[in-house]
Design a protein around this ligand. Structure first.
Ligand code: UT7
Length: 328
């Protein structure tokens, strides 16, 4: 048995922050941001809006699109690094907000690779035969951990999320394979240093701005180019495919230059690569499901097409997934 995607959805908050807005906030330029990252705008949550609100919106859309009742959902997975609370999973909040009273669920913390990790987890749950309707969401409220005076990070990230409904598939449609990797020795290069058990929140941690995301951009960039490119190529080789067999490549949207390097390594032409970083920036666990929903909406996938996902993020974490697409 395989797990297939039977509905997709995305949510981007209304508020938009442009490169020109950022020019007024930190020493940067629209030109620098566009040429170094490919980003033009990003969306930010409104007052009082949190990750579970985005997740619930996505969950409700998935129910509407699939015609499922909330009670039919049996598992909810939320990939996020920006939960509403340190204790109480965002999945639990989403479960309540969408009325999925028969579902259990939990969060998956794998930074920008979170959605691929969650997809693997959800797919295996479906393949086990025990779960029939699994919601997998990737969403992050990056603005909650961004220091808007730090030009190294504030120009890159945005808020948003997306998700899918996974159901059993008896034919060859669905998740084919995945390669998932972790290297915790990279943890110091992309992290929120305080607020966990090592450095609990204190006056000192707040004063030292340790609750904001810290990124050693150059180091992360180097690892991202190498690992996301390699893991994309590896999964093709392992399954006997080449770039020619792929209809669409949806990479994590962290930097246009990282995406281009990974596509080149797999021999994929530009028309096979979904890029929307210009509109949303890096929404961490949100980038891939947002892009997937846009791909579905713009009819970029037909029944039987081969879809390749790949991501790299803090941890370090990285991975790729091959999916045989079925009409949704
Ligand atoms: O999603 C999870 C994984 N994350 C990533 O994959 C992100 C990986 N890293 C990157 O995408 C890039 O490293 C960045 C976009 C973060 C930075 O681009 P870069 O080309 O690596 O720039 P850099 O860090 O080498 O900095 C070049 C210069 C520096 O000035 P000096 O030292 O050469 O005088 C920076 O201070 O650009 C400066 N700079 C900026 N200038 C204008 C850094 N940020 C900015 C900015 N505006 N926002």
């Amino acid at each position: 048995m395989k797990a297939k995607i039977t509905a997709t959805a995305r949510y981007l908050p209304e508020r938009v922050l442009t490169n020109f807005d950022l020019e007024k906030m930190v020493e940067t330029t629209d030109e620098w941001i566009r040429t170094r990252t490919g980003i033009e705008t990003r969306h930010l949550v409104g007052e009082g809006e949190a990750t579970s609100d985005m997740g619930a919106n996505i969950g409700i859309q998935l129910l509407e699109k699939s015609g499922k009742l909330p009670e039919e959902i049996d598992l909810i997975l939320v990939a996020t690094s920006t939960p509403d609370f340190p204790v109480v999973s965002t999945a639990a909040l989403v479960q309540d907000k969408i009325g999925a009273k028969n579902a259990w669920g939990f969060d998956i913390v794998a930074a920008c690779t979170g959605f691929v990790y969650a997809m693997e987890t959800g797919a295996k749950m479906v393949e086990s035969g025990r779960y029939k309707n699994v919601i997998v969401i990737g969403a992050d409220t990056m603005s909650s951990i961004i220091n808007y005076t730090d030009r190294n990070t504030c120009v890159i990230f945005g808020d948003g999320g997306g998700g899918v409904l996974l159901e059993p598939s008896e034919d060859d449609i669905g998740v084919i394979d995945s390669i998932l990797c972790t290297d915790g020795s990279g943890s110091e290069y992309l992290t929120v240093p305080a607020g966990g058990s090592l450095h609990p929140a204190s006056k000192d941690t707040v004063e030292k701005k340790m609750h904001y995301i810290y990124q050693d951009g150059k180091t992360v960039y180097k690892f991202a180019v190498k690992n996301m490119s390699e893991v994309s190529k590896q999964i093709l080789d392992k399954n006997g495919f080449s770039g020619d067999d792929i209809k669409l490549f949806i990479p994590h949207q962290a930097n246009r230059r990282i995406i281009d390097a990974a596509a080149k390594r797999c021999g994929l032409s530009d028309d096979k690569v979904l890029v929307n970083i210009n509109k949303y920036g890096n929404t961490t666990a949100g980038t891939i499901p947002i892009a997937l929903d846009e791909a579905v909406e713009t009819n970029r996938l037909d029944h039987g097409d081969l879809l390749l996902l790949a991501a790299f993020g803090g941890g370090f974490t990285w991975g790729s997934m091959l999916i045989r697409w079925g009409n949704v």
